[in-house]
Design a protein. Sequence first.
Lengths: 114, 110
Amino acid sequence: NAGVTQTPKFRVLKTGQSMTLLCAQDMNHEYMYWYRQDPGMGLRLIHYSVGEGTTAKGEVPDGYNVSRLKKQNFLLGLESAAPSQTSVYFCASSDGQGAWTEAFFGQGTRLTVV
Amino acid sequence: GQQVMQIPQYQHVQEGEDFTTYCNSSTTLSNIQWYKQRPGGHPVFLIQLVKSGEVKKQKRLTFQFGEAKKNSSLHITATQTTDVGTYFCAGRQGAQKLVFGQGTRLTINP
């Protein structure tokens, strides 16, 4: 049971390049989330999804797009990377059957935009 | 929107001293969760509080949920070096959004 897997683990991008971060979970969870973590800022919610085919904006959605075409996958896209998007990105999932369930996190993706 | 504030941002203690971090929300929370992130790692779930005034213990860790369900605290008694890490509280807006506080980074002098 792998849990939540993020791909890639590290990436360096040039300003203006695009990329997609992949999050895959094998726990049949309904809810999936993308967070970014910056020093002193904690975990800030970028986008989230409450089920296959649905997405919603979080606290800091600008510059990012997401898709949830399959229940087990949640993709985070950067269309035109900026240095301000240098961060560690975490994906998480939780069971939507109960409202009060824990979130399981992936190992994180460290992204540097130069 | 909902904001979850956490203080202090950093705390350095001597091994054996106690540690407390506080979490405050601008709105009433449905529940509150606490997570721990070890250096270089990812957040890991510790506990969830649901009821007003609830107190839960896990060995040396004590978690409290305020009567108004707007604040919470985590207290560690007699810290050990294994307690090093960043502690986050997280509140749910409705049943969907999970919003985290800024975290308290705990370092310990052995």
